[in-house]
Design a protein around this ligand. Sequence first.
Ligand SMILES: [Zn+2]
Length: 244
Amino acid sequence: MKKVIVIIILIILIVFFVLENHSVTKEIDTKIFINNGQIKDQMEDEIVIENNKKEIDDWKLVLVNFENPLPENFEPELTNIDKNRQFDSRAVDSLLQMLEDMKKQGYKNIWPQSTYRSVARQEELFSEKVKMYMNSGKTKEEAEKLTLQKINKPGTSEHNLGLAVDFNNVDYKFEKTKEYNWLIENADNYGFILRYTREKKDITKVDYEPWHWRYVGEENAKEMNELDMCLEEYVIYKDYNKNI
Ligand SMILES: [Zn+2]
């Protein structure tokens, strides 16, 4: 009988020991996992901080796209280029100089059709369209989805930034004009780049737009063309080189 009791006690001790060890292993695993999580969070925080710094550092390279919307209250300082159109005050002279030089050189069939649009105005247009779809029986979700096919989400258009210009009739015929060819050859001297090319569609997520030109400053524009980079690529490239 005594033997049986000793064996039972031994078994209990062994089971207890195994369980205890098991839970220690589990604890170590959990700790490693949590540490990894923290490191990852920390890295992400640093990347976000870097990006914010970049935006403050170089206003010419502010990236606005489907992933990077501008805040709702974003308002750049603007200068009128005519009765209805405005452009960022810091870049307006480059735009006007470029158009003047084009005309002087005989490239006269060029005009800025669409320049700055406020985020607030776009917000209005967006809500109006959503309401219209909802009035015709769609759910809010469906209505927003349909609206997104027609109108950029407020704050995600470069026109909200005041640094983008659409030329002439905003159509693909522009690509066939001598004015377009002049821009391809010379716009970087004035700090402008063709923002949405055919080749970079996978990165920009925007179809080719021969009419849409973005101001990034002369130095950046030349370097981007040399390196054959779109703005999404160039911003990462600049950030990377800054940290070396
Ligand atoms: Zn445009």
